[in-house]
Design a binder for this molecule. Sequence first.
Ligand code: AMP
Length: 272
Amino acid sequence: VPDVVETIAGLRARLRATPQSTVALVPTMGALHDGHLALVDRARELADIVVVSIFVNPLQFGRGEDLDRYPRTLDADLATLGRADLVFAPSATEMYPDGASQTRVIAGPVAALFEGASRPGHFDGVLTVVAKLFGIVQPQFAVFGQKDAQQLFLVRRMVTDLNLPVVVEAVPIVREADGLALSSRNRFLGEQEKRAALTLSRALRSLATSGDLATARAVVASEESVGLDYLEIVSPSTFLPVGDDHGGEALAIVAAKVGSTRLIDNEAIHLG
Ligand code: AMP
């Protein structure tokens, strides 16, 4: 079982004890599953010390979102983190002692699209806490999942734009055998909803083979209990929708509500 530290001072003291060691950070909100553990395994390959942060960041949740409902399962999380060295699990007051931080990172225009369109301010909150975690842990490496593709894109932008001295590593999406992308929110899905949720990965597969958005959107529309938010093809270099004439590498992204649970997924595709 890894050591758990709840304070910034405690974490810094622990890391100061081995100044020559390289550090890889895996930021999470807990409720860990095999997707998170794949990030930990990648971190293990990259650095001497693996720090996993577990923090449900209030700054990235809007009013009326699922901050209070978000699963918090610290004891179970710790039991799965044998391959990590340190777990940083601060309270909200440890991270934001004066209430919400006054200084924030403003994500660029891409943050207004897709996830950001339905969650205003979400990515400013994400980037602010990621910047804080980088400042607290000062890792050489930070490992993120491809599952949150827009978040990964914006974190990379921040690191580039602000010249942060950290190497961002991405890990492919870990899925159930049936294709459902693992997510902490999957635990909210009933049996029927879990089946309906497969529509997301199926629509992405359809896009990968047909490249046709209308057909893929029809796949989602055919499932009554799934409310499509967006299904788009974006350029991996800009995260903006590609034109009809686009050829080559692209990213298919999808978000939908299944019952009351919002799910996202994506897949790299090749447009011929
Ligand atoms: P979260 O705890 O949901 O904020 O996610 C923490 C990190 O785990 C993020 O970098 C996510 O992209 C990553 N992650 C979540 N689910 C998966 C998955 N199924 N496969 C790979 N990475 C994931």
